[in-house]
Design a protein around this ligand. Structure first.
Ligand code: NCD
Length: 361
């Protein structure tokens, strides 16, 4: 494999990471331990990765998101009196606005910063101290940070629930909830699917989160499509391998495999995680989904993309019924409404919690 000069190795220094911490790929839980995780209340819980939630809780969040969509007025006061902090140390449009809109639509309020240069971080404040401080002001925190492991440190420092809105190339759990909600609405299921994931599989945190979670629900065949330099990290491949009902193949030619797919998850080459501009320029246009390629796909294949897109999907695809990426955006807000209200412990008016056995089925 060619050497690629990229910033992936930008984890926190050893002293930043609490001794009890687990970062996937740097000594994470085994899949077994994860599956045994208790299924009790989600109230007060931080979500660094979806491994922090049971599969029952994830399904329940998806049900809540669906309920919220059809009961918008009824849920509009759910989080009245609550405050969310969005601490965004890295650029974002959709994710920050989505977290904030979610709280506003639940009747709560929002504080925060976008760009660490505007905060005390520019004076050298640690994540620990920022979270200790902000915990006094708010009921829940959403944090995005360029360093892998930062959300875990934040969760261990804060006295209120912390939701990871993306930590470096590691994880992006709420994007995965949006992805699952989109699969659920397109196919009526999140299992028994052939899922192609295409683009930057090395640095794409949405990819790592999605694979991790789909493996827990099982019965997914992954087709991992990337240039040689941007292949899926070994810790993610290990996760697939340790899931008995899942399998993967690694491919480089999108057109050759697109006809087999139920889902095509396109991703952007993560420019900000490269050291070397030339590498980025050489790789960024490797895959472009256009109407010609889409003609080779199944008529009901769903095209997902976490956005923002650069060139990976031609705009002519937007009007194709298979394009699901703007639906994903809507689902992102709904799942964040479900998650924010759940971790602060506010019930959605009229929502009936599912019987655990039924949710699991
Ligand atoms: C993704 C991210 O930030 O990882 N965007 C998002 O949150 N919707 C994907 C990306 O930036 O490519």
């Amino acid at each position: 494999m060619a050497t690629l000069y990229a910033k992936k190795g930008e984890p926190l220094s050893a002293e930043d990471i609490p001794k009890t911490g687990t970062i996937a790929g740097a000594g994470s839980d085994t899949a077994d331990a994860v599956h045994r995780r208790d299924t009790s209340s989600i109230v007060g819980r931080s979500v660094v990765t979806l491994d922090d939630l049971s599969t029952i809780q994830i399904r329940e969040l998806l049900r809540k998101a669906q309920y919220i969509d059809s009961h918008r007025a009824q849920v509009a006061g759910t989080c009245s009196g609550r405050v969310l902090a969005t601490l965004f140390y890295e650029p974002s449009t959709r994710t920050r606005l989505s977290f904030e809109t979610a709280m506003l639509r639940l009747g709560g309020q929002v504080i925060g910063f976008a760009g660490a240069q505007l905060s005390s971080v520019s004076k050298g404040e640690s994540i620990h101290d920022t979270l200790k401080t902000v915990s006094n002001y708010v009921d829940v925190v959403a944090i995005r940070h360029p360093k892998e492991g930062a959300a875990l440190v934040a969760a261990q420092s804060a006295d209120v629930p912390v939701i990871n809105a993306g930590d470096g190339g590691h994880m992006h759990p709420t994007q995965t909830l949006a992805d699952l909600a989109t699969l659920q609405s397109r196919f009526g299921r999140i299992t028994d699917l052939t899922v192609g994931i295409c683009g930057d599989l090395t640095f794409g945190r949405t990819v790592h989160s999605l694979i991790e979670t789909l493996c827990r629900f099982g019965n997914v065949r992954f087709v991992l499509i990337s240039p040689d330099e941007l292949r899926t990290p070994q810790y993610v491949l290990d996760r697939i391998q340790s899931s008995p009902s899942c399998s993967y193949t690694e491919e480089s030619d999108l057109a050759a495999v697109i006809g087999d797919l139920d889902v095509l998850y396109m991703t952007r080459v993560q420019k900000e995680r490269f050291f070397n501009e030339d590498d980025y320029l050489r790789l960024r246009d490797t895959y472009i989904l256009n109407a010609d390629k889409l003609r080779l796909a199944k008529p009901d294949m769903a095209v997902l993309h976490p956005l923002p897109r650069v060139n990976e999907i031609a705009t002519e695809v937007d009007d194709d019924p298979r394009a699901a990426y703007f639906e994903q955006v809507k689902n992102g807000m709904l799942v964040r409404m479900a998650l924010e209200s759940s971790v602060v412990g506010d019930e959605l008016a009229g929502f009936e919690p599912a019987d655990a056995k039924e949710v699991f089925a």
